[in-house]
Design a protein. Structure first.
Length: 131
């Protein structure tokens, strides 16, 4: 009986010592999402107009394309945003690291997002890293 009580005490101590989760929200963007803000007023007022959280590549809705700002609340995952500069023929890629944001209003029309399951792009990933 004493040994079972002592074991329960040890388990409770270990569980109580666990580090708190790092899940956070920022600028109105709930964790674990990558949020787009159509205008500077949306950004200033913490009002995302579109949010994405699924892993993998997906098209952006009209509420995300030609946005002013993008913010990644994910702690361990980076996002690759495909866009095209006005008048350009080729695609460009913006990589957004975990818990970072970037003004993207000057990048042209973004149309795809790809959320990756690692904290930073590898050498083979197509992107311009923005932090």
């Amino acid at each position: 009986m004493v040994s079972a009580l002592a074991a329960a005490s040890v388990v409770a101590t270990v569980l109580g010592a666990a580090a708190p989760a790092r899940a956070t929200s920022a600028h109105g963007c709930g964790y674990p999402r990558v949020c787009f803000y159509k205008t500077s007023a949306d950004w200033t007022n913490n009002h995302p107009t579109a949010a994405y959280q699924d892993y993998g590549e997906q098209g952006l809705s009209e509420r995300a394309t030609k946005s002013y700002y993008v913010y990644n609340t994910r702690n361990d995952d980076w996002a690759q945003i495909t866009y095209q500069e006005p008048g350009a023929v080729y695609r460009s890629y913006l990589c957004l690291l975990p818990n970072r944001g970037k003004a993207i209003g000057t990048l042209g029309a973004a149309w795809r997002i790809n959320i990756h399951t690692q904290s930073a792009p590898s050498a083979g990933d197509a992107c311009t890293v923005r932090s």
